[in-house]
Design a protein around this ligand. Structure first.
Ligand code: BDP
Length: 595
């Protein structure tokens, strides 16, 4: 599914703005057919945004169930003879969509796009009522999992992940067109030979016409061209995409009939290679060391709603601190983020929303007996097929982004049982079948060390989250440093793979200072990072460090959270803590550490 775009043959209109909105605490909207009339008790709510924090209403913030959005769409006369499509960049976690009284699409999975073909439904020159029911419930069958509990105070959603369950229309909604004969999909893969680059394009089309490919460089010069649905363009003396160098070419794909261009679509393309060799992670054949963060789509007021100003500012802070990479923990981010990472040369580990598939973590933290997640546990075949579907949708959406160098199948799942292997084997197979060009991995949790983890053999890279000094050895940085080093050496000796530390850090209250670096103080966070870095610098197999987290973020309330998770190196409003300056000293080009 190609993203909407304006081209000589296509029209794309964002439907962003204030929509009518109402929430449905009694779950009566479906029985009362709320799509067939103006919504009852509607207020205006911005799209894109999470619905939770925009209004000052506690019941809405914590609402579990359906919310309804509605607006009028106007279809231009000029769209006669075009295909007309309605696209949602995301609806968290599921959506049902009507045009007037007709149900046009349903979609499950909160962080990936879907679209309905409305060609037979919309009449150019008229308007129509668009109604969307968004539901934020999770279950054992969904990715991520959750459980809805009935309490005397209403319904509550229990989640097994550590971020607030923001929901709603988080990303843009589009009404867009393609011609009747159209370019349906494009897949590019790239290769390098010496100073030359190769772009292999597979184009699928619908309707009559031949495919023409034109490649322009950033100065607008035509540097290569070709014809046919499958062909390879060769760029002599190419400008490669590389970390810190977002060199892109514009690939214009045309569907041509005789002398007529029937459809035209332009895709930015970066030429680069990714490879895992032994314990090295190579980009363009050179060892790459990841410096950066696990992040969240999380901001004041708009929650997980995408916003270009916030995005550009977050990337500016990444640049300021000297980061070269990020992980889209713990779900696929807005496509704008990947586009921007492509342009800036920021390297991305692209993660599914499979977080919380581990009942041992909750039990372990609370000192409860471990219960199994898969097999005899509650997570079974439905969840497994939801994950496989999500991997397919994720890779179909993101495979053309040069910034994406690896797929992360899941964060901290149960991984030390045979049942976990049975659950994840199809997920790994699906990722490898959809994209043979990128490494695939998952993020390992502390409960499954190197000698017990059974999923690592399926992965190309070891990605591990470790909290020595915080959740274990709390406050004791000597023990933390010792135990971290012992564990990392065990990983290095048992698995011949690159090791990337995808999370480490400490909750830190900005403004809390302490001479003896006590936990929660800015000094403790900075010193903990220093101790980890000393260990990383002693172990050759370590190929990167992603601090948890880039910024403080919202979570559900808990006695281990102070108005959210405070492991940010920046506060939620993006002010640097002491650790941010410390990281900048380590990561900035030309800094002492030389990593
Ligand atoms: C890790 C999770 C992450 C949490 C973090 C923490 O991957 O989502 O936010 O712990 O506890 O286990 O801060």
């Amino acid at each position: 599914m190609l993203r909407p775009q304006n081209s000589a043959t296509r029209d794309a209109r964002r439907l962003d703005g204030l929509w009518s909105f109402t929430h449905d605490p009694l779950s009566i909207g479906h029985t009362e057919h709320w799509w067939s009339a103006p919504l009852p008790d509607a207020v205006l709510l911005p799209v894109p945004s999470s619905f939770n924090d925009v209004l000052a209403q506690n019941d809405l913030r914590n609402h579990v169930g359906d919310v309804w959005y509605q607006r009028t769409i106007v279809v231009p006369f000029g769209w006669t003879d075009q295909r007309m499509l309605l696209r949602f960049d995301a609806a968290t976690h599921r959506a049902t969509v009507w045009i007037d009284d007709t149900l046009v699409i349903e979609h499950e999975g909160g962080y990936l796009p879907f679209e309905a073909d409305l060609t037979e439904i919309l009449e150019p020159g008229t308007s129509a009522r668009l109604t969307v029911c968004v539901n934020n419930e999770l279950s054992w069958a969904t990715i991520p999992p959750g459980v809805v509990e009935e309490t005397p105070n209403g319904r509550r959603l229990k989640t097994f992940h550590d971020f607030f369950n923001y929901a709603g229309l988080h990303r843009s909604v589009w009404l867009h067109t393609t011609p009747r004969a159209f370019i349906d999909d494009i897949r590019v893969t790239t290769d390098i030979d010496g100073r030359d680059g190769f772009i292999t394009c597979d184009v699928s089309t619908v309707g009559a016409g031949d495919v023409v490919l034109l490649l322009h460089d950033s100065d607008g010069q035509l540097v290569a061209q070709s014809e046919g649905n499958s062909s390879t363009l060769c760029v002599i003396y190419a400008q490669f995409w590389a970390p810190g160098q977002g060199n892109l070419y514009d690939l214009t794909v045309q569907l041509v009939e005789g002398s007529q261009v029937r459809d035209s679509y332009t895709l930015p393309v970066g030429i680069r290679t990714v490879e895992v060799r032994g314990s090295q992670f190579l980009i363009n054949g050179k060892p790459f060391y990841f410096k950066g963060f696990g992040m969240h789509e999380d901001h004041l007021v708009r929650g997980k709603g995408h916003d270009d100003a916030n995005m550009v500012h977050d990337f500016a802070l990444l640049e300021w601190i000297g980061a070269n990479s990020l992980r889209t923990s713990h779900y696929p981010y807005a496509e704008e983020v990947l586009d921007y990472a492509d342009r800036l040369g920021i390297v991305v580990i692209d993660e599914t929303a499979a977080v919380g598939l581990n009942l041992g973590v909750a039990g372990g933290l609370m000192g409860l007996p471990a219960s199994s997640t898969f097999g005899d546990g509650p997570v079974g075949a439905e969840s497994q097929s939801a994950l496989v579907q999500q991997i397919g949708e994720l890779i179909a959406r993101d495979r053309n982004h040069p910034s994406v160098v690896m797929w992360s199948i899941a964060n901290e799942p149960e991984s030390d049982t045979d049942a976990s292997v049975a659950y994840f084997e199809p997920a790994f197979a699906a990722a490898r079948a959809a994209d043979p060009t990128r490494p695939v991995g998952f993020v390992n949790v502390m409960l499954a060390p190197a000698d017990r983890c059974k999923l690592t053999p399926l992965a190309d890279v070891v990605m591990i989250n470790r909290y020595f000094g915080w959740y274990v050895d709390h406050g004791d940085l000597d023990a933390a440093e010792r135990n971290l080093e012992a564990e990392l050496r065990q990983w290095a000796s048992l698995h011949n793979k690159p090791i990337l530390i995808t999370e480490y850090g400490a909750d830190t209250i900005a403004g809390l200072h302490s001479i003896d670096a006590a936990p929660w103080s800015e000094e403790f966070q900075a010193e903990l990072l220093d101790r980890y870095h000393a260990v990383f610098d002693r172990i050759d197999e370590i190929v990167g460090e992603h601090v948890w987290n880039f910024a403080d973020f919202a979570t559900t309330a808990s006695f281990v959270r102070v108005e959210g998770n405070k492991k940010g190196v920046f506060t939620r409003d993006r002010r640097p803590k002491l650790a941010a300056h410390r990281l900048r000293d380590r990561w900035s080009p030309g800094a002492r550490s030389g990593i």
